[in-house]
Ligand binder design. Structure first.
Ligand SMILES: Cc1cc2nc3c(=O)[nH]c(=O)nc-3n(C[C@H](O)[C@H](O)[C@H](O)COP(=O)(O)O)c2cc1C
Length: 354
């Protein structure tokens, strides 16, 4: 079995120094025009200093109407390039590999932040049903965003197909009630995400790392998903990807649909060997991370434990090390490289801030 500290080589040729990944984490500190702030850069670089082999940015919107919230990083305009370059350069200097997470909020976009009406698969909750022209524009926007990531010097992109945002909304049997080629059968509901992956791959070529994040089952804002359909979606997108990233939220638990089975072996079996499987969800200790590798993951992504322990990968090598756990005071979070605004935002994560 692989060890957390073994290098990880992707089909693209990218070699990460270890298998500990900083999960994408929104921190609402970008400037109003979507350009990078020093605060955001600092948070990411401190995690690279702490030894994370791969550092993923927060979700960044590929088009203005896809913006999910105020203070979100943008990748929809060349004006974002200088900031993206600073992230990619800083991470490279620290020996971490870099992924830009690219995103469209769809129904969950924030009209106040974007100043534009929301687009969704179907006309629900006040959003407009996207036309085929809208979809072609969105697919092209994902591709151009990936092109910007490459131009900025990132090692790859993670396409956000999880958590109930636009691409999940299309996969959803509840939110997608279209009767054209993008709705109905799973093949149709998966058309948009496949078009996005294909367009991204076409834009960046084979030596740039491309991955897709998926929610396997309903959780939180992801609704209308079915485990077996998600496995099939993973199989379909893996034809054009270097990795699939499973967002499980509670990775110690088995699936809801089949409580005797864990998601990892299921997905691992369906996805070709050369496509890597990343997993995230309530991983605190090195032992928990290692258990996920034993179940078939190739790398483990940390969210809240990486906020709490900026140097988790370095410390995890020490026998008997115990990570710090919440709650934290805002000052303790600032001492861990979060801006006061990010520390304040962490109050919305139950039990995290004192
Ligand atoms: C503050 C915060 C912001 C997040 N933002 C994103 C995001 O931008 N994109 C995403 O795919 N997931 C996001 N997530 C989910 C994490 O990537 C991760 O999957 C989740 O937190 C479970 O891992 P954890 O238990 O280690 O925190 C966020 C989580 C947190 C705590």
């Amino acid at each position: 079995m692989e060890n957390l500290f073994d290098p990880l080589v992707f089909a693209s040729g990218l070699e990460a120094p270890n298998r500990v990944v900083l999960a994408p984490m929104t921190n609402k500190t970008s400037h109003d025009d979507g350009t990078l702030s020093d605060d955001e850069l600092h948070f990411l670089l401190t995690r690279a200093d702490g030894g994370f082999g791969i550092v993923t940015t927060c979700a960044s919107h590929v088009s203005k109407e896809g913006q999910g919230w105020e203070g979100e990083l943008g990748c929809y305009d060349d004006a974002h390039l200088p900031g993206l370059r600073r992230v990619a350069d800083g991470l490279r200097k620290r020996n971490a590999k870099s992924l830009l997470q690219i995103f469209h909020g769809g129904l969950r976009a924030d009209e106040k932040a974007s100043n534009l009406p929301r687009l969704a698969p179907s006309a629900i909750d006040g959003a407009r049903a996207a036309t085929e022209d809208d979809l072609a524009r969105i697919v092209a926007a994902f591709a151009r965003a990936a092109g910007r990531a490459k131009a900025a010097g990132f090692d790859g992109v993670e396409i956000h197909g999880a958590h109930g945002y636009l691409l999940t909304q299309f996969l959803s049997r509840v939110q997608n009630t279209r009767d054209d080629g993008y709705g109905g059968s799973l093949e149709n509901r998966a058309r948009l995400i496949r078009e996005v992956v294909r367009a991204v791959r076409g834009e960046v070529g084979g030596s740039f790392t491309v991955g897709v994040r998926l929610s396997p089952e309903d959780f939180g804002n992801a609704t209308g998903l079915d485990l077996d359909e998600s496995v099939e979606v993973a199989r379909l997108v893996s034809e054009m990807s270097d990795f699939v990233h499973l967002s499980l939220w509670r990775s110690a638990l088995n699936t809801t649909k089949r409580p005797e089975e864990h998601a990892l072996p299921l997905f691992r079996k369906a996805i070709p060997e050369h496509v890597k499987v990343l997993v995230a969800g309530t991983v605190w200790t090195p032992g928990e991370a290692q258990d996920l590798l034993a179940l078939g993951a190739d790398a483990v992504a940390l969210g809240r434990s990486a906020i709490a322990n900026p140097d988790w990968p370095r410390r995890a090598r020490e026998p008997g090390w115990e990570p710090r756990r919440p709650p934290f005071t805002p000052d303790e979070l600032v001492a861990r490289g979060l801006s006061p605004k990010f520390a304040e935002y962490m109050r919305s994560w139950k039990g995290f801030v004192e």
